[in-house]
Design a binder for this molecule. Structure first.
Ligand SMILES: *Cc1c(COP(=O)(O)O)cnc(C)c1O
Length: 340
């Protein structure tokens, strides 16, 4: 099977497993796991922040990051297909008492005019106050797109004193593709999360970064939510290994995604624009092909290719370190055959 449903399906390599089994560990709730501490300090340093917190998932890192910037009864603004709005099962409302209002833009991009219009100052007892703006970079359901207006938005939010939350699950991809260091993105945000378990290939884990104070509070909330952990250094070691070995190679995943997009665009013109595939995610729109998403997903499966549906007419293929260029070419050709 060639599995392009997500970049979360990777399995730890032999080198990564060796790093995990030889990691020094301790009780992280006591702050005594040296490998966890090393990972948190390493990622905070890379992202230009004072402190980091290792979490079991990106969703948890986002729940802790958003709640650190907001309070019950306030709102966070984000794009309508953002992971925090669509894929965290209402956690920000259910767990933290925070509502979202959204803007909609092609490829999940920042839309400055819409954001300016949405921002609601503190109007006392009349309207919900906007506490933060959250931006996803790269944008997952937007097709792995890199945010074009990130710095402009960050400047505007700075000017009015509104914090930026960065969902950087795939910030590594944005950085490798754009050449902009991860710190240049993340340091603009008051809280930022990055995933180790997507394209970086670790089996588990994300890191939330922010100020020492913000992370101290997030650590309390992580424990309160039952997600403190003990000898988590075995998992942190996988993250450290991934940071050393699997960041630069993301460029291969990006080239493979472009290759798939070109094959699909040839077979079904207009379904995808290859020059808009910024990183490792290809979202193809089947609307003009007359094929349904479930039909194509099922037919691809019988030919050994796993792909996912992310909308009524949208098919998603995500490249990653466990699928080679020839595997991606084969997957592209099989799906192209089904769309033709
Ligand atoms: C995957 C992902 C997350 C976190 O997902 P988990 O499955 O909870 O680790 C957060 N944001 C985005 C944009 C993602 O793609």
């Amino acid at each position: 099977m060639i599995d392009l449903r997500s970049d979360t399906v990777t399995r730890p390599s032999a080198g990564m497993l060796a790093a995990m089994t030889s990691a020094p560990v301790g009780d992280d709730v006591y702050g005594e796991d040296p490998t966890v501490t090393e990972l948190e300090e390493t990622v905070a340093g890379l992202l230009g922040h004072e402190a980091g917190l290792f979490t079991v998932s990106g969703s948890l890192a986002n729940i802790l990051g958003v709640r650190a910037l907001s309070a019950p009864g306030t709102e966070v603004l984000c794009e309508a297909s953002a992971h925090i709005a669509r894929a965290e099962l209402g956690a920000h409302a259910a767990v933290s008492g925070i509502t979202t209002r959204t803007w909609s833009a092609p490829a999940g991009q920042i839309d400055l005019a819409q954001i300016r219009a949405l921002i609601s100052a503190d109007l006392g007892p009349y309207f919900v106050r906007t506490a933060a703006v959250s931006v996803e970079n790269t944008h997952n359901f937007g097709g792995g797109s890199i945010q074009r207006s990130y710095d402009v938005l960050a400047d505007e939010l700075d000017a009015i004193g509104l914090p930026l939350h960065l969902d950087g699950a795939r910030l590594w991809n944005a950085s490798v593709a754009s050449g902009v260091p991860v710190s240049a993105y993340a340091s603009r945000a008051a809280a930022a999360s990055v995933c180790l378990s997507k394209g970086l290939g670790a089996p588990v884990g994300s890191v939330l970064v922010g100020s020492t104070e913000l992370i101290r509070e997030a650590r309390v909330w992580r424990k309160r939510l039952g997600a403190g952990w003990r000898q988590a250094g075995v998992l942190a070691a996988a993250g450290l290994y991934a940071l050393q070995h699997n960041v630069d190679r993301l460029a291969e995943d990006h080239a493979n995604a472009r290759l798939i997009a070109e094959i699909l665009a040839d077979a079904a013109p207009g379904s995808v624009k290859p020059d808009q595939v910024d990183t490792n995610i290809v979202v193809a729109d089947l609307a003009a092909t007359g094929k349904s998403v479930p039909e194509v997903v099922e037919a691809a499966r019988t030919e050994g290719i796993l792909v996912g549906g992310v909308g009524p007419t949208q098919l998603r293929l995500v490249t990653h370190l466990d699928v080679s260029t020839s595997g991606c070419r084969r997957a592209g050709e099989v799906v192209a055959g089904l769309l033709r």
